[in-house]
Design a binder for this molecule. Structure first.
Ligand code: 5GP
Length: 196
């Protein structure tokens, strides 16, 4: 998705060979026009997949998921990282190791919102080593629901997440695929192919 790649190039900051900071448009300040385009693109890619729910994880997954769910005319559910006091025991729980925070968190989803028969599109801001995806898969499985695929805003293709999901037979649609973060620059997978 060219609009997204331009935002990454112009506003993203390469913090190390492994970490890309996108606080200017995705993770802190949010470019709402870009989020709408991202949501429309996810919805377009999954429009024939009979999605009944979009599932993401708070907080950075919410903005790109909102428009996708709206366009697909289904609810958006975000897994919570902290148990809310108003949440009773009626929850699915899994664990997620955070790549950026280097800590493990419980994530929870109320059993009221995910059931057998649901076809779930899982969306997240980044795919790195697939830990968030693993936790969300676990929750969908606990609900006996089905996963239609993954919509990822920024995939870091040099880490293991994509491979992990493909090996398990999941469809992965990433809007920007980063081949490498080198010398402060972002190299995209499709540029690599084009330059050959
Ligand atoms: P994974 O679970 O796939 O290892 O990592 C994905 C999660 O970690 C995402 O939900 C995202 O919040 C965070 N993350 C992973 N890599 C990056 C990165 O390079 N930059 C930012 N901003 N977040 C990342």
């Amino acid at each position: 998705m060219e609009l997204l790649k331009t935002a990454i190039r112009e506003k993203g900051k390469v913090l190390s060979d492994e970490v890309l900071k996108v606080d200017h448009f995705l993770n802190h300040q949010v470019d709402t026009s870009l989020m709408i385009e991202i949501g429309l693109e996810f919805a377009r890619r999954f429009e024939d997949d009979k999605i009944t729910k979009v599932l993401t994880i708070e907080s950075s997954g919410i903005a790109p998921s909102l428009m996708a769910a709206n366009q697909l005319a289904v609810p958006l559910i975000f897994a919570r990282k902290k148990k809310s006091l108003t949440m009773n025991q009626n929850v699915f729980v899994s664990q997620v190791y955070s790549f950026t925070k280097r800590e493990t968190n419980d994530i929870t989803v109320s059993k009221d919102f995910l059931q057998e028969g649901d076809r779930v599109l899982i969306i997240d801001d980044f795919l790195a080593n697939g830990q968030a995806a693993k936790g969300l898969i676990d929750i969908v499985k606990q609900a006996n629901a089905e996963i239609a695929g993954f919509g990822i805003v920024i995939e870091k293709s040099f880490q293991d997440g994509r491979q992990l999901l493909l090996e398990q037979g999941y469809r992965v649609e990433s809007l920007a695929r980063v081949h490498a973060l080198e010398n402060g620059e972002v190299k995209f997978v499709d540029e690599l192919i084009e330059s050959k």
